[in-house]
Design a binder for this molecule. Structure first.
Ligand SMILES: [Zn+2]
Length: 146
C-alpha cells in the first residue's frame, strides 16, 4: 500500500514536499494544545487521543466520554480545508487523491461514531482558539440539556 503510493509520487519537487509534510507533527499540534489547555482552565475534563472500540485504529483528539462528545482538530492541509487546503499546486492530482482519502476516512469515522451515539464536531486548525472553545462548550451544554 505505502509502496504503491510512494511509487505514485512523480518527481523530486513532490518528494521534497512529501518529506516536509511527513515531518510535521500529527499529534499535539499547537492548535490542539491551546484548545485543550483553554478547556481545562475552564473546568472541562476530557480524554485525549481516545481510542474508540467501535473504530479500529482511530482515536478522538479530545473526547468527553461521559457526554459522548467527540472533538477532532483537523489540519488544514491533511484534511483539505476549503480555505487553505488547496495550496499544493505542484503534482496537485496526487495530493488531491491523498487528501480525498483522508476526508473519506474522516466521514467514515464520523458516521461510525454518530451511529454509536457520539456527538461529533470537527474544527479546522485555522479556527481561533476562543471560537473553538465556544463551539465545544455549546455542544457540551446541548448534550447536558438533552
Ligand atoms: Zn484552514
Amino acid at each position: 500500500m505505502t509502496e504503491r503510493i510512494l511509487a505514485d509520487v512523480p518527481a523530486a519537487s513532490s518528494r521534497a514536499v512529501h518529506e516536509r509534510m511527513s515531518r510535521q507533527p500529527k499529534r499535539d499540534t499547537s492548535c490542539e494544545l491551546r484548545l485543550r489547555s483553554a478547556l481545562f482552565a475552564r473546568g472541562q475534563r476530557y480524554r485525549v487521543h481516545y481510542r474508540v472500540p467501535e473504530v479500529a485504529r482511530r482515536t478522538i483528539d479530545i473526547a468527553f466520554v461521559g457526554s459522548r462528545v467527540a472533538v477532532f482538530l483537523d489540519g488544514c492541509f491533511w484534511h483539505g480545508c476549503p480555505v487553505h487546503g488547496a495550496k499544493m499546486t505542484t503534482n496537485g492530482a496526487w495530493w488531491a487523491r491523498k487528501i480525498a482519502r483522508n476526508r473519506e476516512r474522516d466521514a467514515e469515522t464520523d458516521d461510525i461514531l454518530r451511529a454509536s451515539g457520539w456527538c461529533v464536531t470537527r474544527i479546522w486548525e485555522h479556527v481561533e482558539c476562543e471560537d473553538a472553545v465556544r463551539t465545544v462548550e455549546a455542544l457540551l451544554a446541548r448534550t447536558v440539556d438533552a
